[in-house]
Design a protein around this ligand. Sequence first.
Ligand SMILES: NC(=O)C1=CN([C@@H]2O[C@H](COP(=O)(O)OP(=O)(O)OC[C@H]3O[C@@H](n4cnc5c(N)ncnc54)[C@H](OP(=O)(O)O)[C@@H]3O)[C@@H](O)[C@H]2O)C=CC1
Ligand SMILES: O=C[C@H](O)[C@@H](O)[C@@H](O)[C@H](O)C(=O)O
Length: 309
Amino acid sequence: MADKTFKLNTGADIPAFGLGTWQGEPGKVKTAVSHALKSGYKLIDAAYCYGNEDEVGAGLADAFASGIKREDVFVMTKVWATYNTRIGLGLEKSLKALGLDYVDLYLIHWPLLLNPDGNDDRFPKKEDGSRDVIHSFDHREAWKEMEKLVETGKVKAIGVCNYSKRYLEELLPVAKIVPAINQLENHPWLPQTEIVDLCHEKGIHVVAYSPLGSTGSPLASAEPVVKLAEKKGVSPYTILLSHHVSRGHTVLAKSVNPDRIDANKNLVALEKDELKLLDDYSADIVAKKEWKRYVYPPFGVEFGFPDKS
Ligand SMILES: NC(=O)C1=CN([C@@H]2O[C@H](COP(=O)(O)OP(=O)(O)OC[C@H]3O[C@@H](n4cnc5c(N)ncnc54)[C@H](OP(=O)(O)O)[C@@H]3O)[C@@H](O)[C@H]2O)C=CC1
Ligand SMILES: O=C[C@H](O)[C@@H](O)[C@@H](O)[C@H](O)C(=O)O
């Protein structure tokens, strides 16, 4: 299962499973990336905003030095919101830090603009302490800049993150290139069915982030996940990750712990009735509005997610 791939709308293959690097503790990310690649991972997810692309790059370099080929690794990274009017520059900075001359996928991290001339490179703030968001910015402008990058060969494909149904419906009529993926928070407590269904309809591959519930992996104690894990003789983490791949989605799991990195890649196939068990659980959570979204930065922007409106 760890070797499984899915087809993007560009015709390229994307691995079904990858390593996340957000909140990777400084000093541990290089080893995590290198260890993951040497133990069979094929996909690394990075971002300018994470402040550790240089460590990711060092891990990649270590893996390449051991004989792993660049073309056998799928690297995706993201332009941060302070660069959404300077996307070419954002890409150059990421490529330099990663030590690469191209990425397989380049993503808009969040569809908004943080003040590019503000008081910080990543998190500019206003005097009152709130994030320095330029509210007049139209996220479709960022996509136009993304489209221009494809012909440079420095990005093999482009996509988005954190696009709600409403934002995708604004983007698609003006897009010359349909995003290859939408990377979004996705797990049994936040199924986001309305976005997932639209992505399926439009040929946009879904990449699930925070599949374990992010920091501390709280979802591993969810009742149906635990039950299914017992039934199949695997860990709840394996169920939470396998859930996405069995539905045809790519999943990203962050760990800097070598044993967990190894364990996380051992995915299992879930049968239809097993997927239904998790889907029914999610549907019940949504019906009761008991959803949990772990990643919702305090931008003060309405992104169009039903659980946040
Ligand atoms: N586009 C976007 O806006 C976003 C993208 N992402 C991407 O998705 C990736 C994954 O999401 P993330 O939010 O990091 O959270 P995850 O759901 O991957 O959970 C990570 C947490 O689970 C722990 N963990 C991992 N594996 C195990 C295991 N087998 N047993 C016990 N604990 C485990 C990790 O600790 P430890 O490291 O100590 O093992 C960490 O605390 C990110 O790293 C990032 O690359 C995430 C959020 C937003
Ligand atoms: O990718 C992970 C998340 O989106 C992360 O980049 C943001 O939550 C960021 O830390 C922020 O505070 O805005």
